[in-house]
Write a protein that binds this ligand. Structure first.
Ligand code: HEC
Length: 165
C-alpha cells in the first residue's frame, strides 16, 4: 500500500509499503489465528514518486519488523518490534517499542496486533490502512536477527528487493 501526504500517518509511515511474512506465520495469517512464536512480519518501506498517476517505488526509507515471542515480548503483545533506517542493518532506531510501535498496533488486538490480513490469492496479503489499500502480493521471507534485534541479515525475500546484507 501507499501512504501519501493526505494521511495522518505520513510523518511516521509515509511511503510505499511492501509487507512480507515468513513461512512460520503463514498458516495463522490465512486462518486469521494467533501467530506462533518465531513468526516474522516485515515491512519494506520505500519513498515513492507520482508520475502521470503512477506510484513509482523509490529508495528504501526503512525496514520494520515484528517478531513473535510470547514470553520474551509479553509486555508488547508477544511481539518484538524493531526498525532500521534506510533498511541499514547497522542503524536500528527503536529504543522504546511500546511508544514507538506497539501503541499504534494495539487497536488490532483482535488480529493479534497485526494490520495486514490475507486475501485468497495464491500470493496475497491484503493490507488495511489509510485509503483502502490495494492488495499486496509479497510473501516469502527469511530474515535472521541478532539476539537483541539490533541487526539483521536477510537471506531471501521472494519478489522483493532485499539482497544478502
Ligand atoms: C502510526 C501508527 C503506527 C505506528 C507508530 C507503527 N505502526 Fe506498524 N503498522 C501500522 C499500520 C496502519 C500497518 C498496516 C499498513 C501498512 O503499513 O502496510 C502497520 C503494519 C506493520 C507491519 C506489518 C504487519 C502488520 O501489522 O500489518 C509491521 C511489521 C510493522 N507495522 C512494524 C512496526 C514497527 C517496528 C513500528 C515501530 C518502529 C511500527 N510498526 C509503528 C501502524 C503503525
Amino acid at each position: 500500500m501507499v501512504i501519501d501526504k493526505g494521511s495522518p500517518l505520513f510523518e511516521a509511515m509515509g511511503g510505499m509499503h511492501n509487507v512480507y511474512i515468513n513461512s512460520t506465520g503463514e498458516a495463522a495469517l490465512k486462518k486469521g489465528e494467533q501467530y506462533p512464536d518465531k513468526t516474522v512480519l516485515l515491512i519494506d518501506l520505500h519513498e515513492f514518486t507520482i508520475s502521470d498517476g503512477s506510484y513509482l517505488e523509490g529508495p528504501r526509507k526503512a525496514t520494520a519488523i515484528m517478531l513473535k515471542n510470547k514470553k520474551k515480548y509479553a509486555s508488547t503483545g508477544g511481539w518484538g518490534f524493531q526498525a532500521w533506517a534506510g533498511g541499514d542493518p547497522t542503524k536500528p532506531f527503536v529504543t522504546d517499542p511500546t511508544k514507538q510501535c506497539f501503541e499504534c498496533h494495539q487497536p488490532k488486538k483482535d488480529q493479534d496486533y497485526v494490520y495486514s490480513t490475507y486475501i485468497p490469492d495464491p500470493d496475497g496479503i491484503r493490507q488495511h490502512g489509510a485509503g483502502g489499500a490495494p492488495p499486496c502480493r509479497r510473501r516469502h521471507l527469511r530474515v535472521l536477527f541478532s539476539p537483541h534485534m539490533s541487526s539483521y541479515r536477510s537471506t531471501e525475500i521472494t519478489h522483493g528487493t532485499h539482497r544478502d546484507v
